[in-house]
Design a protein around this ligand. Structure first.
Ligand code: DX5
Ligand code: ZN
Length: 238
């Protein structure tokens, strides 16, 4: 029965299944609270928070206090925390305590991936693994049942504003097949170089959650841009 439902859902994936998550990495940090309010008012579903420690990636961004500051500012939308850090576990706890909703991490950065996933769930958050462009899908073989999200990198981690790696589309299709076959509710998020021009092909390949940093925060009109992103998705999956 489950497989019939999933085959049906795959065929009729509903528009409200598709989430847009602007990455605050490209926001104006001098006005971050207002920027997040504005993109959510413009139709974004959640905010993607890129955490970089200048150790796992050669860039340094924000810590848990920024997540807490957004919650204290009154942001109630899901906060999708992408940990590009090593080690991972201590920051899992601190971001969970600061109000994170999703916490994803790179399996290469954790000594005990299963234990880190368990820690995310023990802290009351939804958990996911991040696959770099060269990370094989086999990392999902013994973890998929424990995931709420698979985050597929379409750039190499560390910076916003990079070009989409086209080969990711094939990897997305394989990941979509794995998730649909599992019969589980697991979000498939794409991250890096997502634009109005390519989001249709990305949705057609199977992504249902879309990080868009520079495409949104680099535009003049957040409502117009998010509206275009959604209409490209709708055209591609109709
Ligand atoms: C890169 C980050 C991405 C990036 C997305 O390491 O994980 O989330 O900020 O930014 P754009 O959409 O501009 O590529
Ligand atoms: Zn990210």
């Amino acid at each position: 029965m489950w497989h019939y439902w999933w085959a049906l859902r795959k065929k009729f994936r509903f528009m409200n299944d598709y989430l847009i998550a602007p990455s605050i990495l490209s926001a104006d940090f001098a006005r971050l609270g207002q920027e997040v309010e504005d993109v959510l008012a413009a139709g974004a579903d959640m905010v993607h928070v890129d955490v970089m420690d200048n150790h796992y990636v050669s860039n340094l961004t924000i810590g848990p206090l920024v997540c807490r500051a957004l919650r204290d500012h009154g942001i109630t939308a899901p906060i999708d925390v992408h940990l590009m850090v090593r080690p991972v576990d201590d920051l899992v706890c601190r971001f969970a305590d600061a109000g994170a909703s999703y916490i994803t991490f790179h399996p290469e950065a954790s000594d005990h991936v299963d234990r880190t996933l368990q820690l995310i769930h023990d802290k009351g958050c939804r958990g996911g693994l991040v696959l770099n462009p060269a990370t094989p899908l086999s990392v999902l073989d013994w973890t998929l049942e424990k995931l709420d999200m698979v985050l597929m990198m379409s750039v190499n981690p560390g910076f916003g504003g990079q070009a989409f790696i086209f080969e990711t589309l094939g990897k997305l299709r394989c990941a979509r097949e794995m998730i649909d076959r599992s019969g589980r509710t697991i979000r498939l998020e794409i991250d890096g170089g997502v634009k109005v021009e390519n989001i249709g092909a990305i949705a057609a390949a199977g992504a249902d959650t879309f990080v868009a940093g520079s495409a949104v925060f680099g535009s003049e009109n957040y409502t117009g841009t998010i509206g275009k992103l959604r209409s490209e998705i709708a055209k591609a999956v109709a």
